[in-house]
Design a protein around this ligand. Structure first.
Ligand code: ADP
Ligand code: MG
Length: 353
């Protein structure tokens, strides 16, 4: 699993910059009617839909900072680079339509490696129904950098910002949290084992879910439609990229409210619980500070509770309070701990009654 070496190697210089771009993008087709002109001119041309506003977001991934190619296959990296951007579009309650992809590569990467990267981008584009409409290709001295921009659209009144949460609103989370971070811990551990014994065959059976959440995350494409069906418009929304705790703090600060988050309500996959036990980590700390879950976190008015109640994709994990009450985790033992952004001492802070 750590062998990224490709038997056939074509140097990038054999194709040249334009040849390379043509080669990598040849399989992409245009699916969106708002894509007027895709790859191949000085700029892409995108038309707007009636009454809709354009949503734009960018995320850059840098080798050695955001990913490690010793356990991240390039195909997965391409996929993930698209997903992290689409997640931001969905967090605005918008529909993603187009992406651009810019890469900086060193000659350490053969054409075949970039083919893998683009295969992942293509898979994500096809599953999530977005068009690749452009990008930029440049060289780097050593590492790989990939930057994706996503374009989406939504009706003005449908867009959900971070700043609309009101006191008493319910705090709702899609899916579960903590898995992607733990998947990374398992991969890091196996990398160290592999360094010592390259012949070791890791048994990763019991970690399949958490490793998949790290290497092949999905974005919550369907939530906007689900909420529309349920006739629920969130009052605020954000995607969980940095960790639940820090995202809750963003919603609270932007909306000028406080929050009570209930420890016993935080949804955890059984693999998160068992792996936390194995690593002797606290599962709540992991859920709060882990990051890279790409779930959606939003607030709804209490009137909407009957509409979301019992939905298997949605969990009410807390409620918003007056700003002056602050932001707290209510533990299983019913103690109140201030929420802090990131940090491993999230649960070691002074306790209040
Ligand atoms: P320019 O010199 O005008 O920047 P380029 O030669 O960089 O043009 O790009 C030519 C076309 O290929 C443009 O449509 C551009 O958006 C697209 N393109 C360039 N690099 C990439 C890439 N890595 N992925 C996808 N499209 C790309
Ligand atoms: Mg260019």
């Amino acid at each position: 699993m750590f062998d990224n070496k490709n038997p056939s190697k074509t140097n990038i210089s054999e194709l040249g910059e334009f040849g390379l771009i043509d080669h990598l993008t040849q399989n992409f087709t245009v699916k969106q009617k708002t894509t007027v002109k895709g790859i191949g001119d000085d700029a892409a041309v995108v038309s707007s839909e009636k009454d809709s506003q354009l949503v734009v977001t960018t995320d850059m991934l840098v080798e050695g900072v955001h990913f490690d190619l010793s356990y991240m296959p390039l195909k997965h990296l391409g996929y993930k680079a698209v997903i992290v951007n689409l997640s931001d579009v969905y967090a605005m309650n918008a529909t993603a339509k187009q992406i651009t992809v810019s890469i900086a590569v060193s000659n350490r990467f053969p054409v075949e490696a970039l083919e893998e990267l683009y295969a992942g981008i293509e898979t994500a584009a096809s599953i999530y129904n977005v068009d690749l409409v452009g990008g930029d290709t440049t060289s780097s001295t050593t590492g790989l950098v990939i930057s994706v921009t996503a374009l989406g659209h939504a009706k003005k009144d449908d867009i959900v910002y971070r700043n609309g949460a009101k006191e008493n609103d319910l705090l709702v989370l899609t899916g579960d949290v903590g898995a992607a971070y733990l998947g990374l811990q398992v991969l890091e551990r196996e990398k160290q084992v592999f360094k010592v014994n390259p012949k070791s065959q890791p048994d990763l059976e019991k970690y399949t879910y958490i490793i998949e959440r790290q290497l092949k995350p999905e974005a919550r494409k369907g939530i906007s439609a689900l909420l529309k069906d349920l006739e629920v418009k969130p009052t605020s929304m954000i995607d969980v990229s940095d960790g639940l705790s820090s995202e809750i703090i963003h919603l609270c600060k932007n909306s000028k409210v406080g929050c009570n988050l209930y420890e016993d309500k935080i949804p955890l996959d059984p693999q998160v619980i068992s792996t936390c036990e194995e690593f002797e980590m606290d599962s709540t700390t992991i859920a709060l500070s882990g990051g890279e879950d790409y779930e959606l976190l939003f607030t709804v008015s209490t009137e909407d509770f009957p509409k979301i109640k019992g939905n298997p994709h949605l969990t009410v994990i807390g409620h918003m309070t007056q700003e002056s009450e602050g932001m707290h985790l209510i533990t299983r033992a019913n103690t109140k701990i201030p929420l802090v952004a990131r940090g491993w001492n999230a649960l070691q802070n002074e306790e209040e009654d």
